[in-house]
Design a protein around this ligand. Structure first.
Ligand SMILES: [Zn+2]
Length: 308
């Protein structure tokens, strides 16, 4: 059995964003039901040991809100978190690591390009490598994350390359891992070895290729990039100068958007993740939300647990 908890569903900045008065944030400032933290999920095969997929800047708040991740009663120091799998090097995926610095052993699994970013930023040295191992993962090579005592977790993770971009703060700069090649944006297939149940995680994806369609067809569950409703959303709202594509994210709507591109693939359950506060689909009564839901998509609230 695979347990999945949505720790946060929002994109960078969360909902509400600290400096934002856009229509969604404006309502979220006073309505806790609309608030959401930055995208991350936790997974477990045994219900006792958990792995985080990305460590968001809101990690501490997410841990407090998630009883499954509280320290075990009666232990002086303990965390059910056995590891963190990073799918990219964006701030909203890695900054939470800095909140995990108090000496609990765990393993960081990431592509060499993302590990190179951690290595190039000395602030991450607070995670002493004696306690916190950094394991490179490779595209198209399945691995099984380990429990703190080295025992197998029972979870098989297959990383694969998806269309995307390197981290924003590296735009126009020399990437510490080199500017060539894939590895900056990974999708994951996550499978419970005992039951063979599985799902896909793609919190960042710039476009749906035929290869990706073939991969996702028939999947029981996917978490998919829901950053913007339309590609020029930030510009149209006066919130920014970048398109969704310019940030490496597909739009939900439109002929080439996620809803249309993934419509005919017989996917069991479709959940949007990494939803930016500019996205009107966050508002339960919006026409955009109705379109998404009618197409079989779910906009999750933080804390949603799914069992496979
Ligand atoms: Zn906003």
């Amino acid at each position: 059995m695979l347990r999945v908890v949505v720790l946060g569903a929002a994109a960078g900045g969360a909902v509400p964003q600290w400096n934002c008065g856009c229509p969604v944030c404006l309502m979220a400032w006073t309505d806790p039901k609309l608030q959401s933290t930055q995208a991350s999920i936790a997974i477990s095969a045994d219900g006792e040991h958990w792995f985080l997929i990305n460590a968001s800047p809101d990690l501490r708040q997410q841990l407090i809100a998630t009883p499954q991740l509280h320290p075990k009663a009666g232990k002086l120091r303990h965390s059910p978190v056995s590891g963190v799998i990073l799918t990219n090097g964006e701030i909203d995926a890695v900054a939470g690591l800095l909140s995990m610095r108090e000496g609990w052993p765990f393993t960081i699994y990431a592509h060499a390009k993302v590990l190179s970013i951690l290595k190039a930023n000395s602030i991450f040295n607070v995670l002493n490598e004696k306690n916190v191992r950094r394991e490179p993962i490779e595209i198209d090579k399945a691995f099984e994350p380990a429990l703190p005592d080295g025992a197998p977790s029972g979870i098989e993770i297959l990383p694969f390359a998806v269309p995307g971009k390197s981290a924003w703060y590296l735009e126009g700069k020399v990437h510490p891992g080199g500017n060539d090649g894939a590895g900056d944006t990974l999708g994951l297939r996550i499978r419970d070895k005992a039951s063979a149940s599985y799902f896909y995680f793609l919190a960042a994806c710039a476009g749906v290729t035929d290869e990706l369609k073939a991969r996702l067809a028939g999947a029981p569950l996917i978490f998919f990039d829901g950053t913007v409703w339309r590609d020029d959303e930030l510009i149209a709202a006066g919130l920014g100068t970048k398109t969704g594509q310019g940030m490496g994210h597909i739009a939900m709507s439109g002929d080439r958007g996620a809803i249309e591109s993934l419509a005919q693939l017989d996917i069991g359950r479709k959940v949007f993740l990494h939803i930016n506060n500019s996205n009107p689909a966050l508002l339960p009564a919006s026409p955009e939300r109705k379109i998404a839901e009618r197409a079989g998509w779910q906009i999750p609230t933080d804390g949603t647990e799914i069992t496979l």
